[in-house]
Write a protein that binds this ligand. Structure first.
Ligand code: FMN
Length: 375
């Protein structure tokens, strides 16, 4: 019988035991399970023998001083536990190795390891149970972050009317990468921050307290995404790095020395970020989501939340006459350091920005060649 070590294994210490988890193994969405198996040194040593397809008999014969029968029994137990594969059972991991070849174990473990989460149910009984568990761990985290002692810019609540036809706005949204050397107006900045990141309404979430509602959806209305604004060229606002306080609609100063050279460094020199009127670093304040949602799948939810905010930011910026952009390429740890964050309590996720567009604003593809001849 030919056998090979399972390719989708990740090992870690769990409550004092070393376990191997097969993140690709089928899981139920009805029972919480993770396919982790406790292994000892002998098992690890035996698994090492099966680096690639090998006949079980040849392994049984070549291991010195070990009874071949016990090797065969152990290998069969490892097949049963999912740590060794037969060729018939390896099709899915071969497909994964081929299709996800450009991505590392980390991406695979995150995606497959957090799939098929058990739905906790949204009936009253389940909700109360989940809330009781959350509350037992402490009071709900604050729904707003603030820097009470920071110098602040109180933004005007004189928002631009944004009366453009919705279809026009949808069609006009493009990623802009070149900007005019003309400051973004204070009203434009104020309008974009308000409609993209500020609370529009509040709801009573009973055990979870009062929650904010934004123009974008957010899992469980946790709204764990915070926005930090790097002001570069905005009429009436000194350049600097600020926290956007959505409750107060103000900018709280974190670093007055923030300028184009800072953005240059943090964004790997991306021109669109350096020449923008302002950039927005979106972060996730982990506890705000983790307080209620205790499954690692919540990380997926947080990333989806950031994506929603990005699209809303793009559409509002477009309607306000700006050219928006977004990028996932930035120096995560340096952004967190610049924001004074530890990267654990709160972690950087997304970089957005906008300026006065230099190119066309009709929504036609920018900087992309369109075939003039049939090809
Ligand atoms: C998550 C995400 C990351 C992106 N990262 C970059 C980037 O690093 N650099 C860049 O020039 N554009 C980036 N873009 C913009 C895309 O290239 C752009 O959306 C795509 O070409 C389609 O063009 P459109 O946005 O004008 O429709 C990103 C877009 C998204 C949604």
């Amino acid at each position: 019988m030919k056998l090979r070590r399972t390719r989708s294994l990740v090992g870690y210490w769990h409550e004092g035991d070393f376990v191997l988890e097969d993140y690709l193994a089928a899981k139920s969405s009805d029972v919480d399970e993770d396919n982790a198996v406790v292994v000892d040194r002998q098992t690890l040593a035996l698994l090492e023998e099966f680096e690639d397809w090998i006949d079980l008999e040849s392994v049984a014969e070549r291991l010195p001083g070990i009874d071949p029968v016990s090797v065969r029994d152990a290998a069969e137990a490892l097949v049963e536990a999912g740590l060794l594969r037969t060729p018939e059972a390896a099709e899915r991991e071969d497909l994964l190795a081929a299709e996800w070849a450009n991505w590392s174990q980390e991406a695979r473990f995150f995606h497959f390891g957090t799939k098929d989460a058990v739905y906790i149910g949204d009936d009253l009984e389940h909700r109360r149970e989940a809330a009781a568990v959350a509350l037992a761990a402490g009071p709900p985290p604050a729904i707003f972050k603030s820097y009470p002692d920071a110098p602040r810019v109180r933004l005007p609540r004189a928002f631009l009317p944004l009366r453009e036809d919705f279809t026009e706005v949808l069609l006009a949204r493009r990623t802009h990468r070149i900007f005019r050397e003309e400051a973004v107006s204070l009203r434009q900045l104020s309008t974009v921050l308000h409609f993209a990141f500020a609370p529009m309404y509040f709801v009573d979430a009973v055990e979870y307290g009062t929650l904010q509602m934004r123009t974008s959806p957010g899992g469980g209305a946790r709204h764990e995404i915070e926005c930090y604004v790097g002001v570069l060229d905005v009429e009436g606002v000194a350049p600097g790095l600020y926290h956007y306080n959505g409750e107060q609609h103000s900018l709280e100063l974190i670093d007055a020395s923030f300028d184009q050279s800072t953005v240059d460094r943090l964004s790997f020199g991306q021109e669109m970020a350096i020449n923008a009127g302002f950039v927005c670093f979106l972060t996730a304040l982990v506890k705000r989501a983790a307080y209620k949602y205790r499954h690692p799948r919540t990380l997926r939810m947080i990333m989806l939340d950031a994506g929603h905010l990005g699209q809303t930011f793009d559409l509002v910026s477009t309607a306000a006459g700006l050219g928006p952009f977004q990028t996932a390429a930035f120096r995560d740890s340096e952004v967190e350091a610049a924001l004074g964050l530890d990267g654990i309590t709160e972690t950087a996720l997304y970089l957005l920005g906008a300026g006065r567009p230099a190119g066309p604003t009709d929504g036609h593809p920018i900087d992309m060649r369109v075939a003039a001849q049939p090809t």
